[in-house]
Ligand binder design. Structure first.
Ligand code: NCD
Ligand code: ZN
Length: 352
């Protein structure tokens, strides 16, 4: 990788946590991701959720058709399955054979389209055992769902109540703590003992590196800054920025770009999710530059993810330039529109 103050050449990154939905919406958002990333882990929280290999294969085919229609041949979707109380161990073996790269744990009710998620991991023992034995990663949405727990504490409580017992019961299970948002999560992943094995990782979104919870309330309520897990205090943002830029291979890029139409966000009960895909790499570059660590971006964005998943690193390169890009106020999204992160503002870095 070479860096100067205004130009950054690096191996092309991948997005290890992405929502592209389905149908017309998918067509519109896929373009933004495929422009920047070579691969992305596609989240399975569709309606209905992608719970079986057959559904994942059909979804993969729809994505590939869409890519073909768009004339994109340089992007590969990596498929995941949605874990439920009823997912069988046999489905894990079938998934392994079908190149499904991971299972996703949504605690039931934790976030968008998570109603079919797991109500208690005790129902999943045989399934988790199968995942552990074939090296199938479990991607976790790390928040408890108990309404009594303060929303800003749900991730930290998840570590004690769910993640730590899970790792004790399945010490060889590969786990990614998705879209971490707290100092507790950052330090937990940094300090966990794994016997030298590359079995614990965490993804970090651009919004959690760039904003704290004040951004939800600046001068009024800002629905486009609302995602789950929700933005936290500044001390947490700083802890995330610290680990992301530390060169520690446990932390890698996952945008969690989550498209919701403008009307579904700007509503009395607005949906959770930030649309960062339009210029996600520019946002990450800005975050890394803010602490003088642009030289660490390539590891975070392009190396540590594939290493965790035992996939080859990309070989082709991209160039980011420091040339402010105007972000449109709205973008097309099927028959509606979407408001991207930084709408109507600029991002300092963009693809050459
Ligand atoms: C995601 C979505 O909309 O699918 N929303 C979000 O706020 N991140 C779901 C998720 O990853 O939690
Ligand atoms: Zn997500």
């Amino acid at each position: 990788m070479s860096t100067s103050l205004t130009r950054l050449e690096m191996i092309q990154p991948d997005d290890w946590h992405l929502h592209i939905r389905d149908g017309e919406v998918m067509r519109d958002v896929l373009v933004d991701t495929a422009r920047q990333f070579a691969r992305a882990i596609v989240m399975p929280n569709l309606k209905p959720p992608v719970t079986t290999v057959d559904l994942a294969n059909a979804y993969r085919e729809r994505i590939e058709q869409q890519l073909k229609a768009l004339g994109v041949s340089t992007f590969t979707p990596l498929m995941t399955l949605y874990l439920t109380n009823n997912t069988s161990a046999a489905e894990v073996l079938k998934a392994k054979a079908a190149d499904v790269v991971a299972f996703k744990l949504y605690p039931a009710g934790a976030t968008t389209n998570s109603d079919a998620g797991v109500s208690d991991l005790k129902f999943c023992h045989a399934t988790l055992e199968a995942m552990q034995s074939v090296g199938m990663p479990l991607l976790v949405h790390g928040e408890v769902t108990d309404p009594e727990v303060d929303i800003f504490d749900r991730e930290a409580v998840f570590i004690d109540q769910v993640l730590e017992p899970l790792r004790k019961n399945f010490p060889e299970l590969k786990i990614v703590f998705e879209h971490i948002t707290t100092k507790q999560a950052a330090h937990y992943v940094r300090d966990a003992q794994t016997g030298g094995k590359n079995i614990l990782g965490a993804t970090i979104t651009p919004q959690h590196l760039l904003m704290n919870r004040n951004a939800i309330f600046t001068g009024g309520i800002r629905p486009h800054h609302y995602c789950l897990p929700v933005l936290k205090r500044e001390e947490h943002r700083l802890a995330l920025l610290e680990v992301a830029t530390s060169g520690n291979p446990r932390f890698f890029l996952g945008t969690d770009s989550a498209p919701h139409a403008k009307g579904a966000k700007e509503a009395a009960c607005g949906c959770a999710g930030c649309y960062s895909a339009f210029n996600a790499l520019g946002l990450y570059a800005e975050a890394f530059e803010s602490v003088g660590k642009l030289d660490r971006l390539e590891g975070f964005a392009s190396f540590f993810g594939p290493d965790f998943y035992h996939l080859p690193r990309n070989t082709q390169k991209i160039v980011l330039v420091k040339s402010p890009q105007n972000i449109p106020a709205e973008l097309p999204l099927g028959d509606a529109t979407i408001v991207p992160l930084r709408a109507g503002e600029t991002i300092a870095w963009s693809l050459a």
